[in-house]
Design a protein around this ligand. Structure first.
Ligand code: IPE
Ligand code: IPE
Ligand code: MG
Length: 227
């Protein structure tokens, strides 16, 4: 399986709320279970030899959820980063954050910034957190930067103005939780990504389910418009 593995996988981690509801628990219970799953999945992907994993943690639209839910989510990020960042560095992983961090709580913002800055330079694995991320905001931001620079851009020049500068385009996008849409995730970058949708709710998306998605990916013929 190794040789044709996707270089970059993106995951739209959806279904935490419904997972909790099925258990007659508050949504926060689902987010906690999802966070635990996310940590294990990142380790699994690195072990398999995937080089870039982008996790959709929070969309620009999610920022209008009730304050109580957002506070709970930010609490989980704090805990996650503090508990796992050193372990990630030791495993030679680099952290990158994409999205607009300016509306996030100040300490979360600082934590994200530091975890990026302290990452090993020569890491073999890049774990990308999409937090308050939206493709439309990203594209508009890039256009404004191009206008400020006062120069026309080509495709590679434009890509360099996106949050994902330096990151290869995703080969595979996985969405859990049953919805068949991108919800503003990597819309520019996923022009030629293979898409995999599963009804499995994110907290139930085991390492074996991830392997199933990879196996499915390996059956795809990527033609890029050619015959
Ligand atoms: C995805 O799970 C996590 C975030 C968007 C933060 P949801 O919270 O959207 O869960 P559902 O879709 O309501 O089940
Ligand atoms: C997409 O899930 C965003 C993340 C998983 C972070 P949503 O639950 O916000 O998506 P919609 O609202 O169903 O499109
Ligand atoms: Mg959802």
């Amino acid at each position: 399986m190794k040789s044709n593995l996707p270089l970059h996988v993106g995951i739209i981690m959806d279904g935490n709320g419904r997972w909790a509801k099925k258990r007659i628990q508050p949504r926060a219970f689902g987010h906690k279970a999802g966070m635990n799953r996310m940590i294990s999945l990142a380790e699994h992907a690195q072990r398999l030899g995937i080089k870039y994993l982008t996790l959709y943690v929070l969309s620009t639209e999610n920022l209008s959820r009730p304050k109580e839910e957002l506070d709970g989510l930010f609490g989980l990020f704090r805990k996650y980063f503090k508990a796992n960042v050193n372990k990630l560095y030791q495993a030679n992983a680099r952290i990158k954050v994409i999205g607009d961090s300016s509306p996030l709580p100040e300490d979360v913002r600082a934590l994200l910034g530091e975890s990026e800055k302290n990452s090993p330079a020569d890491a073999g694995f890049t774990l990308i957190f999409a937090i308050n991320y939206g493709s439309r905001a990203e594209i508009i931001n890039a256009v404004n930067r191009a206008v400020e620079n006062g120069e026309k851009v080509d495709e590679s020049g434009f890509a360099a103005l996106l949050y994902t500068d330096g990151v290869p385009d995703p080969d595979l996008i996985i969405r859990t939780g049953g919805e068949v849409r991108l919800s503003n995730f990597l819309m520019y970058q996923s022009a030629y990504a293979e898409l995999y949708f599963t009804d499995v709710l994110f907290p139930d998306f085991t390492d074996a389910e991830f392997d199933k998605a990879l196996e499915n990916y390996l059956t795809r013929e990527r033609r890029y418009g050619k015959v």
